[in-house]
Design a protein around this ligand. Structure first.
Ligand code: LMR
Length: 338
């Protein structure tokens, strides 16, 4: 019975059916991410790929009674990756290894860079028009890796490549609400820069709590530090068993949901995300997270940074130094792989 379901081709009665593929679906992020995507009514086909275990995850998730057909793929079967990717509108990449205490995201580069490069190559071959959402760390370098691979294969579309920085946005809402004692669902913070430590720049001066936070430098700096290093809290608490998986899955699912809303023509879908961005390109930093309006073709509009407090200008200057190196590291890796 399950096998029959798995063999059905994608089909739906929904007006706009969307096929979504998760690469790394059996991992710590991949499993809850797959479940959350199964709950999204815009997703009508959900393809789950991993080196091992994807078929089990697919069978499990497929029992949730929503309007999508779930299929699992592994490399054991001929053309597993190709089948997982063919026809995808959105591809999410959570594949790779997580941090352990004492590691930075950049310490994952040596393992994850090659994994992401090879998956990007398969995306270029089998899903060249898909929106690609990169979760695998270090995002500041893996997103440029994907760009270089897609460019080399002549299929790069800057409107459709995203580094998922949504977890910084979720943490900002949550942590800010704890400081100002409000409902976190009402808190909205734009987070710009990148996705690691000091490259994560929450624009607290643009929140409705500007004056409170500006009158209490100590609280503001503590909040900023917590947002920038929120990932470390989880890494330490998991004590060697990995990094954020559940909140990251929520972040990936939310961002994928926003991309699909944009595809569907919904108006004013705005999310911060790490994209090819002209804002500091003249300084050699051609990826930067800012607010982006998502539309039928992916990135519709890249928002300006807006008015910044002096302390935010300073944080952006610091972020740019690291980002420049992280972006170059990704691009050089692909150049040297050739
Ligand atoms: C996070 O922000 O939690 C993730 O990027 C995982 C990590 O290594 O911190």
């Amino acid at each position: 019975m399950l096998r029959n379901i798995a063999r059905r081709s994608f089909s739906s009665t929904a007006a706009n059916p969307y096929k979504v593929t998760v690469l790394g679906a059996a991992g710590g992020i991949g499993q809850p991410l797959s479940l959350l995507l199964k709950l999204n009514h815009r997703v009508t086909g959900l393809n789950l790929y991993d080196l091992k275990g994807a078929k089990g995850v697919a069978a499990d998730v497929s029992h949730v009674p929503t309007n999508s057909v779930v299929q699992g793929f592994t490399p054991d079967e001929e053309g597993g990756l190709e089948k997982a990717l063919t026809g995808a509108d959105v591809v999410l990449i959570p594949a790779g290894v997580p941090r352990k205490p004492g590691m930075t995201r950049d310490d994952l580069f040596n393992i994850n860079a090659g994994i992401v490069r090879d998956l990007a190559s398969a995306i270029a071959d089998h899903a060249p028009n898909a929106a690609v959402l990169v979760i695998s760390n270090p995002v500041n370098s893996t997103v440029p890796i994907v760009r270089e691979v897609l460019k080399a294969k002549g299929v790069y579309n800057k409107k459709k490549l995203f580094g998922v920085t949504t977890l910084d946005v979720l943490r900002s809402s949550r942590f800010l609400s704890e400081v100002v004692n409000t409902d976190p669902t009402t808190e909205k913070v734009t987070v710009v820069g990148g996705h690691s430590g000091l490259t994560i720049v929450p624009l607290l001066s643009q929140t409705k709590h500007k004056s409170v936070l500006e009158s209490n430098k100590e609280a503001r700096e503590a909040l900023t530090h917590r947002i920038q290093f929120g990932g470390d809290e989880v890494v330490q608490a998991k004590n060697g068993a990995g990094s954020a998986t559940l909140s990251m899955a929520q972040a990936g699912a939310r961002f994928a949901g926003s991309v699909l809303k944009g595809f569907d023509g919904e108006k004013d879908v705005i999310e911060p995300t790490f994209i090819e961005n002209p804002v500091f390109a003249s300084e050699g930093i051609d990826f930067f997270a800012t607010n982006v309006t998502l539309g039928p073709n992916g990135v519709e509009h890249i928002h300006a940074l807006g008015e910044l407090a002096d302390y935010e200008d300073e944080m952006i200057a610091v972020a740019k130094e690291t980002l420049k190196k992280n972006i170059a590291k990704g691009a050089n890796f692909v150049a040297q792989s050739k």
